[in-house]
Ligand binder design. Structure first.
Ligand SMILES: Cc1cc2nc3c(=O)[nH]c(=O)nc-3n(C[C@H](O)[C@H](O)[C@H](O)COP(=O)(O)OP(=O)(O)OC[C@H]3O[C@@H](n4cnc5c(N)ncnc54)[C@H](O)[C@@H]3O)c2cc1C
Length: 309
């Protein structure tokens, strides 16, 4: 997802949302060959629930006791989101419909819903291709620029940084006025190898599954379905080509699983099946529909709070 950060509205992080929406809109304009508008529908089961706790988050940036997000809260959030989008606007405004229209448009949705809200974010199905485009633009912009992959930072010393070409095992030195360490969740490891240990990074583990399930694909009607699961987490079901992506979890990584080796567990798969049943109760999914799963650790700052997700 190339999202405008709608979730951050709840924590009152308006500047972050504004920046994310601008970036999303810019990508829709500069990379329309990869970045496409993403029609997203939120099934809603209550009317006023969550309004009070949501307002505490909006106004004070404090976390309040969680209650299910109802139509009124979602309406406020989407109206603010549209307002941020208007500046360099490239996607339509949100739309609210009642139960009858919602079920006419998406008949397999849970019959107990009361409303559905539809808004637009953006998606990219081949993010690595977008990355290559960014690299090509950089190389074209400056003839002395170079890009290399399969090169790792080994250590840092008075003569600069020692790099290793992982394809040949050859080490070589490199100097520059400024070196940025952007090694994601491995930032601390890289700093430690460079002789300057840090403890900046925390992070939560997220997994997804990709399903070959024609009925679920049809039920999505070409939209991302974005909703609150019974534990209060916002989760998604999302058509990706002929398959359906279901995600995501947001959990503490296991201590004995190195960050680069995170895998989707059986419990996470059960969680995904449960969330599908939450919005599409008539659809049955089992493990035979799984084409693949993927998992990673989000590079977030270290924190001591009890629920980092
Ligand atoms: C399951 C999951 C789903 C996500 N979905 C989304 C989404 O839909 N939309 C979204 O916007 N964000 C999403 N994110 C978050 C997003 O992936 C990250 O925010 C983003 O990748 C961070 O980019 P980065 O360049 O800082 O770090 P990374 O993408 O982690 O890049 C760091 C790079 O450094 C390299 N590296 C590590 N150590 C060394 C070393 N010693 N020498 C050289 N190189 C090294 C690594 O190999 C890696 O390529 C998701 C994250 C997860 C885990």
């Amino acid at each position: 997802m190339i999202h405008g950060g709608i979730r951050y509205l709840e924590n009152g992080e308006f500047r972050l949302v504004s920046e994310s929406v601008d970036e999303r809109n810019d990508l829709l304009k500069t990379a329309p060959h990869y970045v496409k508008p993403l029609k997203t529908t939120i099934p809603i089961f209550t009317t006023f629930s969550g309004l009070l706790s949501g307002s505490v988050g909006f106004l004070s940036r404090r976390r309040a006791e969680r209650t299910e997000r109802g139509a009124a809260l979602i309406k406020v959030g989407l109206t603010v989101y549209d307002a941020f989008s208007r500046r360099r606007g490239s996607v339509p405004r949100h739309r609210f419909v009642g139960r009858t229209t919602a079920l006419r448009e998406m008949p397999m949705l849970h019959p107990g819903l009361r409303y559905a809200a539809t808004y637009f974010d953006a998606s990219v199905h081949n993010p690595e291709r977008l990355t290559l485009d960014v690299l090509s633009s950089g190389l074209e912009a400056n003839p002395s620029a170079r890009a290399s992959n399969y090169v790792s930072v080994r250590s840092m010393g008075p003569d600069g940084i020692l790099l290793r070409d992982e394809s040949t095992g050859t080490d070589f030195g490199f100097t520059a006025d400024v070196i940025l360490n952007v090694t994601g969740v491995w930032v601390d490891e890289t700093n430690a190898a460079s002789g300057s240990p840090t403890a900046y990074m925390g992070g939560t583990k997220g997994s997804h599954i990709v399903l070959d399930h024609p009925l679920l694909l049809k039920a999505c009607a070409g939209r991302e379905v974005f909703f609150e699961h019974s534990d209060g987490r916002i989760v998604l079901i999302y058509p990706i080509g002929e398959r359906v992506l279901v995600g995501t979890t947001d959990i503490e990584p296991s201590e004995d699983e190195p960050v680069g080796e995170a895998v989707c567990t059986e419990e996470e798969i059960d969680y995904f099946f449960d969330l599908i049943a939450h919005v599409f109760p008539a659809i049955t999914v089992d493990r035979s529909a799984i084409v693949y799963s993927f998992s990673g650790v989000r590079p977030c700052p270290a924190t001591r709070i009890s629920s980092p997700g």
